[in-house]
Design a protein around this ligand. Structure first.
Ligand code: FES
Length: 185
């Protein structure tokens, strides 16, 4: 009996702590909305990035609901928030661990690079259980840990064909998440 009582009491404590954490986070979010909503509209890009960074620090990522609220607070369209999210690779639209960006710009898909780059993208999709065309906001791996996206020119055309891992140029062969058995074109 003593053991059961202690077990349930510990479970209640853990649930209580969890609730307290949630309340704190909600309070922090309310402060963020209130602060940024009171600023001059439309907000500058710098201000929007600061707001999104704060949201991410609290929530871990920026959900579609948060993006809509951020647009309202900043007095801009949601598409502006989406563009900024694309530009700042540290801003995460979901709770993934890594973001892989495959360039689909002209130089990376030139005659000499196209086959290699397209094969890389297909291999990555297969590796991460992603099917169909990658949407503009990117596609999450089956386990939700990786966001795979394409971008039209990463502004490093000299080293085409290019891939970014978490915003940094990387060699396809050294992608740590890629298993050699899947092939390295
Ligand atoms: S086209 Fe790929 S980096 Fe410019």
């Amino acid at each position: 009996m003593g053991y059961l009582k202690e077990f349930f009491s510990r479970r209640e404590d853990a649930a209580g702590r969890q609730e307290e954490k949630m309340r704190e986070k909600n309070q922090e979010m309310a402060e963020v909305w209130s602060f940024y909503s009171s600023m001059k509209k439309p907000a500058s890009q710098e201000t929007i990035v600061a707001m999104l960074t704060e949201i991410q620090e609290i929530r871990g990522f920026i959900s579609p609901e948060c993006r809509a609220l951020a647009a309202e607070a900043a007095g801009v369209k949601e598409s502006v928030i989406d563009c900024i999210m694309k530009l700042y690779k540290s801003l995460k639209p979901a709770a993934y661990e890594h973001r892989i960006t495959v360039c689909t710009g002209e130089r990376c898909l030139s005659k000499e690079n196209r086959k290699r780059q397209e094969e890389r993208l297909e291999n990555l999709k297969r590796r991460f259980g992603i099917q169909g065309v990658i949407p503009p906001e990117g596609a999450l791996s089956a386990d939700g840990t990786v966001l795979l996206e394409t971008q039209n020119c990463l502004k490093h055309c000299r080293t085409a064909p290019n891939i970014l891992l978490d915003g940094e140029l990387t060699e396809y062969d050294s992608l740590p998440l890629f298993s050699a058995k899947d092939g390295n074109p």
